[in-house]
Design a binder for this molecule. Structure first.
Ligand code: 48N
Length: 329
């Protein structure tokens, strides 16, 4: 056995520094400030702050499970019954679809407006800016829409910035959902269009949408006989986004039912060209069907604009105007 090598100096036990005494614990700034908390409570409603420090005696009102079930199902089936005949149906609750719904709901509280959204969470691509960054950029004059809806933004001259895209989407969404004449059916996919053909002219008009639970729509290949439901409507406004797993639904269906020749296919990114084109060209593509937002880029062959959202908001505004101008509603 060889003699153990002496440890090099830096390893010598004496060199090991004694354990540091823990720094004095910082007492929690609020711990001794119960009185201050009392003062802070004024920021909340007194019924809420009355719960503070009384959790031991806290209890919810009694309920039976079937009551909850009936509270949900009674309303849902009443909405399905009511909106089975809608005045206007919007497909896609992304930034364009929600902006359109906001304008229609404000201008025409007498109209019944149904929104079909395939995702469980509406909002489409507008929960984040570009490349998952938070801020949302809109070029002027889209700030006019933000002011109308009440979305705060930073003014940067030719453009404005909403500090988080979710602030825009949640604000518009909350305003739309609060409107009594609008019903959002999320987690519900439009999987076809209802058509009517004029016997004389042969012209085909869109007269509604064919719907199914999205999770059902995703399994038509491995389950049979999961037939859809329907909504009859005067005009469909399709804003299902650019091509992707769900995107560009209505314009692709128009091609497959030979109502339009072919899709133009979205072009490369050019912010300057894209946004003006999408807003100006939001329009009725075939009788009864208006297309806007990025879905329009697929039919027109418009450029994409990348991470600016002003065209989505104002395409929604234009689509609302088109619907009310073109159709005697
Ligand atoms: O956000 P999107 O995809 O679409 P838009 O047009 O409202 O906004 C587009 C915008 O987010 C961009 O793409 C930005 C500006 N980027 C541009 C670029 O160059 O990259 O919302 C469409 C919504 C989604 O929520 C889908 O889930 C939904 O439509 N949807 C459907 N809902 C029901 N039935 C369907 N068949 C269907 N297809 C899509």
């Amino acid at each position: 056995l060889t003699k153990p090598r002496s440890l090099p100096n830096k390893m010598a036990p004496s060199a090991v520094t004694p354990p540091q005494k823990p720094a004095t614990l910082v007492t929690h700034p609020l711990k001794g400030a119960a009185a201050a908390l009392d003062a802070d409570k004024a920021a909340l409603s007194s019924p809420l702050t009355a719960m503070f420090d009384n959790w031991d005696s806290f209890a919810f009102s009694p309920i039976r499970e079937s009551t909850v079930s009936r509270a949900m199902t009674r309303r849902y089936f009443s909405d399905l019954d009511s909106y089975a005949e809608s005045d206007i149906t919007i497909v896609g609750a992304g930034s364009a679809g929600l902006s359109c719904a906001y304008v229609l709901g404000k201008l025409r509280p007498d109209l019944k407006i149904s929104i079909l959204e395939a995702g469980v969470s509406p909002g489409g691509g507008a929960w984040l800016g570009g490349q998952l960054f938070s801020a949302m950029v809109m070029r002027k004059p889209a700030d006019v829409f933000l002011t109308e809806v009440g979305v705060p933004y930073e003014d940067e001259g030719d453009y404005v910035v909403v500090k988080h895209a979710a602030l825009f989407t949640s604000t518009v969404l909350s305003k739309v959902l609060a409107m009594p004449n609008i019903k959002l059916f999320n987690a519900t996919t439009v999987e076809d269009l209802i058509t009517r053909q004029d016997q004389e002219t042969g012209e085909v008009r869109i007269a509604g949408v064919v719907t199914n639970w999205t999770l059902v729509s995703m399994h038509h290949d491995d389950q049979s006989c999961m037939d859809p439901n329907t909504i009859n409507t005067n005009v469909v406004i399709s804003m299902t986004g650019h091509d992707g797993p769900f995107g560009a639904f209505s314009v692709k269906r128009l091609v497959s039912m030979k109502q339009i020749e072919q899709l133009g296919g979205m072009r490369g990114l050019d912010m300057g060209r894209a946004e003006d084109a999408i807003v100006k060209n939001t329009r009725e593509i075939v009788p009864g069907l208006i297309v806007g937002g990025m879905e329009l880029s697929e039919v027109d062959g418009a450029n994409r604009m990348g991470p600016t959202f002003g065209a989505m908001a104002l395409s929604g505004v234009k689509a609302a105007e088109e619907a009310l101008k073109v159709y005697e509603l």
